[in-house]
Ligand binder design. Structure first.
Ligand SMILES: [Zn+2]
Length: 158
């Protein structure tokens, strides 16, 4: 997995593949093309699912993101979650710059699972414009997940 990306309270932190500098893609300009602040290498949009580590970061992301955010609620003991993971990886790669895919471990962040009423996993939810637009439960192939995102957030280009 190519995910060298992390979230903080202001944006996605991506390590420059050329010089190793950490760059922050701020949430409200996530779809923009950016260059490394140090060596000016073009930094691609996040192309792998990013693990969420705090509910505060999650809230800031959802409130500020300029792109639709696809949230995968999962847990390590959940077999179907492991089946959907490679499909989400495909979605994150193919929709890089158009949607952001994040993963919420409901064992580590039970407050999020509770707040959003997650009763079974995997649950996939699309957030757009600061709120949840739609959700689906269970394992789906990447194509179905992409169709679901387009339906939930119609601005997403084909
Ligand atoms: Zn660099």
């Amino acid at each position: 997995m190519s995910s060298a990306a992390e979230l903080d309270d202001r944006g996605v932190l991506i390590v420059c593949p050329t010089c190793g500098q950490r760059n922050r893609l701020v949430y409200d300009r996530l779809g923009d093309a950016v260059r490394c602040g140090k060596c000016k290498t073009a930094i691609g949009a996040p192309n792998a699912p990013i693990e969420v580590h705090s509910s505060a970061d999650f809230d800031r992301l959802i409130a500020a993101s300029s792109l639709p955010v696809v949230v995968d609620y999962w847990a390590p003991w959940c077999g179907p979650c492991r089946m959907v993971a490679p499909e989400l990886q495909k979605v994150a790669t193919r929709q890089a710059g158009r949607a952001l895919v994040v993963k919420v471990n409901t064992d580590q962040l039970p407050d999020l699972g509770e707040r959003f009423g997650i009763r079974s996993i995997p649950t996939l939810a699309v957030f757009a414009g600061g709120r949840e637009a739609s959700r689906i439960v269970g394992v789906r192939p990447a194509e179905e997940i992409e169709a679901f995102i387009r339906q939930a957030a119609p601005a997403l280009p084909r």
